[in-house]
Ligand binder design. Structure first.
Ligand code: SF4
Length: 364
């Protein structure tokens, strides 16, 4: 399979591993921002083949996981409004809110439907003209342009009963927030591949320039990640900090200008709440005034009680990279993929899920 098998070539992997081991002299800590990378790193046993000089930590790059409990509560409250049909991607169903989940709301009679794209949600809206269809917009820069397109389509086709609860997040501000907090010292950042395909690698320039941290954008196959680590190690050993791309088949310095334009047409930056990190300036996307009729928060007076975090769950600390899932007393005991306590165990890109499925007995 083109662009897959050649990136899993074991001989090339051995060469890269040998190169990393030979080059890596200083003790370093690299963070992979993206949940997709966390899954690949565990699935392919990459931590195990790296030398002891390299410590890997997982970051906050799972959009479902970073959605604040208060925002999950809003989605559930919307689901309970008569005449509302909630449409969402599957991962959101089981994510626990303070007192319920979308899945439980559905079991209690709410009309909550899993869709595979916003095209499905728009179709449901046209088929149900007397109901209001709300799409739960969760995702990073990769997802937001597709949601923006759905809003433009609704506007062009005069579909007035389609709304979006915009819980979108943009990534560079949260990395800045993590670095400014100073809780975790990083020597290199594995920058997200899919997000960078939209933002461009240039979005990470400030990390290399202002914080002196090497950055490399990676793809998701084992050779992509090994090459990325090798490039980070080389920068570290040469005392350099710059942005490089180890995923040139998917990412350019400028990114996808058309997607950026569409996203900016519909949304503008706003503060957003991140699980475990609180409110981060300019890290969310709110509707521009012109598209307010599609904003679920404008269309409905959404009432929620104060949010409650799952007791004992360390998702916030895990997402900030200061704890691992194995540090959580509930990991593999009260919290499993079948019975998740926190979102990091629910999402297929969550750190706890990846550690559970692919980690060793300690979960590391
Ligand atoms: S193991 Fe479960 S309870 Fe613990 S941090 Fe992960 S999701 Fe939360």
């Amino acid at each position: 399979m083109r662009f897959v098998t050649e990136f899993r070539n074991s001989e090339l992997a051995k060469k890269l591993i040998a190169d990393i081991r030979q080059t890596s002299k200083r003790q370093v800590r690299f963070m992979e921002f993206c949940g997709g990378h966390t899954v690949s790193i565990f699935k392919y046993g990459i931590r195990q083949v790296l030398p002891p000089t390299i410590e890997m930590v997982s970051g906050p790059g799972c959009p479902v996981c970073v959605t604040a409990t208060a925002d999950i509560d809003k989605a559930i409250a919307l689901a309970l409004i008569p005449g509302v049909i909630i449409t969402t991607f599957g991962d959101m169903l089981k994510v626990p809110g303070s007192r319920s989940s979308l899945q439980k709301a559905r079991a209690e009679g709410a009309d909550v439907r899993t869709v595979y794209s916003t095209i499905d949600a728009l179709k449901i809206a046209t088929e149900n003209p007397h109901k209001t269809v709300v799409f739960i917009g969760v995702g990073f820069e990769t997802t937001a342009p597709t949601i923006a397109v759905s809003v433009l389509q609704a506007s062009e086709q005069n579909i007035k009963n389609y709304k979006v609860l915009s819980l979108h997040k943009v990534c560079p501000p949260v990395i800045k927030a993590i670095l400014d907090a100073g809780e975790v010292k990083l020597d290199g950042l594995i920058c997200p591949g899919h997000v960078s395909s939209i933002t461009g690698a240039n979005a990470w320039e400030f990390i290399a320039r202002d914080y002196g941290i090497p950055c490399v954008v990676s793809g998701f196959e084992p050779l992509d990640i090994l090459q990325c680590v090798e490039m980070l190690v080389r920068q570290v050993e040469k005392h350099e900090s710059k942005v490089e791309i180890a995923y040139k088949r998917g990412v350019t310095p400028e990114g996808n200008l058309q997607a950026q334009k569409i996203m900016a047409q519909v949304f503008e930056p706003s503060p957003a709440k991140w699980r475990g990190m609180g409110e981060v300036p300019d890290s969310g996307l709110k509707f521009r005034q012109e598209f307010a009729p599609y904003d679920a928060e404008v269309s409905f007076d959404i009432k929620t009680k104060p949010s409650i975090e799952p007791k004992g769950c360390l998702c916030g600390e895990v997402l900030r990279g200061v704890k691992t899932p194995a540090d959580c007393k509930l990991f593999r005991k009260a919290c499993t993929p079948e019975n998740p306590v926190g979102p990091c165990m629910v999402s297929s890109e969550g750190s706890c899920s990846a550690y559970y499925l692919y980690g060793d007995d300690s979960g590391r």
